[in-house]
Design a protein. Structure first.
Length: 553
């Protein structure tokens, strides 16, 4: 062939390739991207299963993480839960790790970096860690810390000077069962946060019958354990009211637990995601007792009537209809329960676009949050193999105005594409720039702090609620924000995702709106408060007012 013709042909092909590339880039949607800043932020923690290989269900189940402000300086700090080497549980080859593993607390320096203050703060628990939650259980103005373990949990009371004291025994929270998901709620509306702890199963290390490819037995090989509801007496101690409150189920296999007012009657209800069996949905009767309505409400099983391996439940109003919906990741297609407002939920994972994507993953943690500040709750799902240290990528679903969810993971930047064996996740604005960042706990690996870049190009409002008659964290408060003729709703909830806790500040994306027409908050005490014409772009601190006529200030 003539050389000039070949050159001309190559020129045409290159030009065409360039045109297609340019066209593709122009046509590609523009979304905020995630940037992995873990190392840059100074977070050197590395999770360990306490072993050289995953050899049992105990090692496979943990762990979680939390965003919370332990020192009250307005910046979100980070707590990361670790597992440990445990004789009789861990493989003998991992014994070199014995006594070397612990949880970690990182203080936010306010400049994008963190400092490890675990030793100084005294919160480096060396148990076989699962979940963590930080709440002000004693209403003294600072965040205390609760950690569940395979075995004894730990309650750390914040001393208010940067240190914590282990008060587990004196608080009455000692328990030898396998603690896993947990949630704080004021179920009796007395102004003090009560505690529901999910317990998993009675692990028997001598049981060895299993499908070889699974590497170890699954949850159905073991007997379940009852959960525990502790009532806060208001004097620093808790009492076990499980049976009195009607939430005693001896055969449960709890994985994740969350609480909110899903029936809009003013008191907090409880949802328990159980593994390989029906879920529990406890409706608060308003008299100190609960009724399990999961079967009637349609949340006991999946859309196909199956008992899924349910993980970490997450509440949020994804379609902005004024009713709290429920997301439950699992080992299958995931469950998205849409609250109909008529006493039951409709499972919508297939119709809303989640099932087709999630069927290829084992999903553990899910978070509702408005990642691009357009006023609609998007979904982050983190994934990881349940029986092997085989990594999977996370997934981000963009909310198309409540009509469907679209997988936009490919547009979120190269850092987001990396694969890990993920478990817990939390969202929060650690750099206070107005958009929500993500924290992910990965088994036998480093965690990931993902900074949201580009989300803050739109307007936003965050609300920090402080209770006075209600519990100080205002857990159970419901907040409505109306702007441009549209109303969004958020509940302040203690637990978020799998074994984790997100930013307590209620976050609202406002799109192009520069101010909020109305902010309305219903405090757990029943007091309502309304503000008009609130400027965007701020963290608005609201303190619960004293009660006036008709329950309003």
């Amino acid at each position: 062939m003539n050389r000039p013709v070949v050159v001309l042909g190559l020129f045409i092909l290159l030009a065409l390739s360039g045109w297609l590339t340019a066209y593709g880039e122009e046509a590609k949607p523009s979304y905020p991207i995630w940037v992995d800043v873990t190392e840059k932020a100074g977070i050197a923690f590395r999770h360990s299963i306490g072993d050289d290989e995953m050899s049992n269900i105990v090692e496979a189940t943990g762990s979680g993480c939390a965003f919370f402000d332990y020192d009250g300086d307005g910046d979100l700090d980070i707590y990361l839960v670790n597992e440990t080497y445990l004789p009789g549980i861990s493989h003998i080859k991992g014994r070199s790790l014995q006594g070397k593993l612990k949880n970690a607390l990182y203080r936010n320096n306010g400049d994008g970096t963190f400092t490890d203050v675990t030793e100084a703060a005294g919160v480096g628990d060396q148990g076989f860690g699962m979940a963590c939650l930080a709440v002000d259980y004693d209403n003294d103005g600072d965040a205390d810390l609760f950690v569940t373990n395979y075995g004894q949990p730990v309650l750390y009371r914040n001393n208010g000077d940067g240190t914590f004291t282990d008060v587990t025994r004196e608080a009455g929270l000692e328990n030898d069962l396998w603690g896993i998901g947990c949630t704080f709620l004021d179920y009796d509306n007395d102004g003090y946060l009560d505690l529901y702890v999910g317990h998993y199963l009675q692990y028997d290390p001598s049981y060895k019958y299993y499908y070889a490819a699974d590497a170890f037995p699954g949850p159905l090989a073991y007997q379940g354990q009852p959960d525990t509801l502790y009532r806060n007496r208001g004097d620093g101690t808790f009492e076990d009211v499980t049976q009195k409150a009607g939430v005693y189920n001896p055969e449960g296999r709890a994985m994740g637990v969350s609480s909110c007012d899903f029936d809009n009657d003013g008191d907090m209800d409880i949802f328990v995601a159980n593994d390989a069996m029906e879920n529990y949905m406890y409706q608060n009767n308003g008299d100190g007792t609960f009724t399990n309505i999961a079967l009637l409400a349609g949340t006991a099983f999946s859309q196909n009537g199956e008992a899924t391996s349910a993980m970490g439940p997450e509440f949020g109003d994804f379609n902005s209809d004024g009713w709290i919906d429920l997301l439950v990741p699992d080992m299958g297609y995931g469950c998205l329960y849409m609250n109909t407002g008529q006493g039951f939920f409709e499972e919508m994972s297939a119709q809303m676009g989640l099932a087709a994507v999630l069927g290829q993953y084992t999903s553990w943690s899910g978070n509702f949050f408005d990642y691009d500040l357009d006023g609609h709750l998007d979904i982050l799902i983190v994934n990881g193999d349940p029986h092997h240290l085989e990594p999977e990528e996370s997934v981000l679903f963009w909310n198309d105005q409540g009509n469907r969810f679209i997988d936009i993971s490919d547009f979120c930047g190269p850092d987001f594409q990396e694969k890990f064996v993920s478990r817990g996740s939390a969202v929060g604005d650690y750099d206070n720039d107005g958009d929500l960042d993500a924290l992910i706990l990965n088994l036998n690996d480093r965690p990931r702090l993902l900074r949201n870049e580009g989300g803050s190009s739109r307007h936003w409002l965050m609300i920090h609620a402080i209770g006075t008659q209600s519990n100080r964290d205002a857990i159970g408060a419901r907040i409505w924000v109306t702007t441009g003729g549209r109303t969004q709703m958020r509940d302040i909830i203690s637990s978020s995702g799998y074994l984790s806790q997100s930013d307590y500040r209620a976050h609202f994306g406002l799109g192009g709106q520069e101010k909020v027409d109305e902010v309305k908050i219903r405090w757990p005490s029943g007091v309502t408060q309304v503000l008009k014409d609130v400027p965007a772009g701020q963290v608005l601190t609201l303190t619960e007012p004293s009660t006036g006529p008709g329950g309003s200030p």
